[in-house]
Design a protein around this ligand. Structure first.
Ligand code: COA
Length: 437
């Protein structure tokens, strides 16, 4: 059978594809832009009365699937490793469970889970239309999809002409798929919030730590777009990008000649990443671009590979930092906000990279300036994302604390200097009490 006939034989409606799911399955959807359309997932949710005991695993969800509503809990158990604004209420209500996992380990954790608690497994992912050889591309999200495809019993591809072809490890032959459905949904674009003065100042402080030929990883959050803007005008040269997620402003950095990747130790001349969430301009730049390679996070964030880079600089947001330098980035107390993601992968990678640096960024306050984010103790229940011995730089709008070789008392003093001035006295008193000086 030609690949064209094979493709046609697998093409079906959302409702037909939804019938592949059986009771007792473990069903995965990818992170971010790889997620299927709402009609596809809603067709599965609509089978709630005929199915039972499904483990549904999702991460960083941006579609308002009805499967997250309470009436679907009896059939679909919600499991995640990274919450989003749309799903964190399921944590607050206790209707989902969280798997502690960092990006590089997702494949390993999924394999272990399958070994210990075997289930029939499936994944539904968005893909490009097939090329002339019958290959589709996973496009702009590879995060854990290749690892799950590798171990899945069935794969559903949702073909979307708006998903651009990308290079790297993204191509799969249509013979690997069990069903195809089609959608013409525009790719989800996140509106860029206008940066505040605080974000701008943090970005300035970060850029002051960078130098020519640094290889950057830039995480999720409000400041990265601003960092790109400053970098574009910084006069810095020959930066590399090896990052989990593409920062906004990547196009400008490449087109202005700031990012060349010329001096990277791995994937020389190439930008490497696992996924993106941004705007259409970013997607247009990353798609069909031979300079950009997408890999799964298990490859992209593999710490020994990161350690081979020289001057790897990891730039990531944080929620709270305590006075000895423990960093919480994924929860506010016990309330999960996101997930561990790749922060610790890149922080450790940067630690072992020759000339590498980890830069952990946060505004000095939250809740309209009423609470300090540099705190004597992490809020009770906070999940530690970076242990204190890996915290290198902490940056707020008030400056830079280089914690690397400082003892705990010196750390507290360095962190108090970059706290908001109105909290410094009480932080000093708390430091003296906690650290007995
Ligand atoms: N107490 C109460 N509220 C707090 C708080 C605190 N200590 N810290 C943050 N918040 C609130 C903020 O006020 C803000 O709420 P608002 O949007 O209503 O103002 C919200 O939490 C988000 O904080 P903000 O600093 O604006 O987040 P951000 O968008 O810059 O993202 C992280 C920062 C840490 C949340 C984000 O980087 C993350 O989820 N990291 C996880 C680790 C990771 O995966 N990193 C690599 C990813 S590629």
């Amino acid at each position: 059978m030609s690949w064209q006939d094979n493709y046609k034989s697998k093409l079906c409606s959302h409702e037909e594809a939804a019938k592949l799911v059986k009771s007792g399955d473990r069903l995965f959807t990818p992170l971010g832009l790889g997620q299927p359309s709402t009609p596809m997932m809603d067709a599965i949710a609509d089978r709630k009365d005929e199915l039972e005991d499904i483990d549904y695993i999702s991460s960083l969800v941006f579609h308002p699937y009805k499967i997250f509503n309470p009436e679907y809990r009896k059939t679909f158990r919600l499991i995640t490793g990274f919450y989003s604004i749309l799903t964190m209420n399921t944590n607050a209500e206790g209707s989902s469970v969280f798997v502690p996992v960092q990006s590089s380990n997702v494949g390993v954790v999924a394999e272990d889970r399958q070994k210990r608690f075997p289930r029939r497994q499936g994944i539904i992912t968005q893909v490009t239309p097939p090329d002339e050889h019958g290959f589709v591309s996973l496009g702009l999200d590879l995060f854990y999809t290749p690892d799950i495809i590798h171990q899945a019993d069935y794969i559903i591809g949702e073909v979307n002409p708006n998903m651009p072809w990308t290079f790297g490890d993204t191509a799969y032959h249509i013979s690997r798929f069990d069903k195809f459905v089609e959608t013409n949904e525009p790719l989800l674009a996140l509106p860029l919030m206008g940066p505040t003065d605080v974000h701008k100042k943090i970005a300035e402080n970060v850029v002051s730590l960078l130098k020519n030929r640094d290889c950057l990883q830039v995480g999720i959050g409000a400041v990265p777009g601003e960092i790109s803007k400053l970098l574009a005008e910084s006069g810095l040269k020959d930066l590399g990008l090896h990052t989990e997620m593409a920062p906004m402003g990547t196009r400008e950095l490449v087109e202005n000649g700031v990012v060349t990747c010329r001096f990277k130790q791995t994937h020389r001349n190439k930008i490497v990443m696992a996924f993106t969430i941004g705007d259409q301009d970013l997607y247009d730049f990353l798609g069909n671009n031979p300079m950009v390679e997408f890999y799964s996070a298990s490859y992209c964030n593999y710490i020994p590979r990161l350690a081979q880079e020289k001057n790897l600089v990891a730039i990531n947001g944080c929620i709270e930092v305590d006075l000895v330098g423990s960093i919480a980035s994924e929860s506010i107390g016990d309330a999960m906000f996101s997930g561990t993601g790749g922060q610790l992968d890149f922080v450790i990678g940067a630690f072992w990279s020759e000339g590498g640096r980890a830069i952990n960024i946060l505004p000095s306050t939250a809740k309209g300036g009423t609470v300090s984010r540099i705190v004597p103790y992490l809020t009770q229940g906070a999940r530690v994302t970076v242990p204190r011995h890996y915290a290198h730089y902490v940056v707020t709008e008030y400056g830079i604390a280089d914690l690397l070789s400082l003892d705990e008392r010196e750390r507290a003093l360095a962190l108090i200097k970059i706290a908001h001035p109105k909290f410094r006295d009480e932080l000093l008193a708390a430091a003296k009490k906690r650290l007995k000086f």
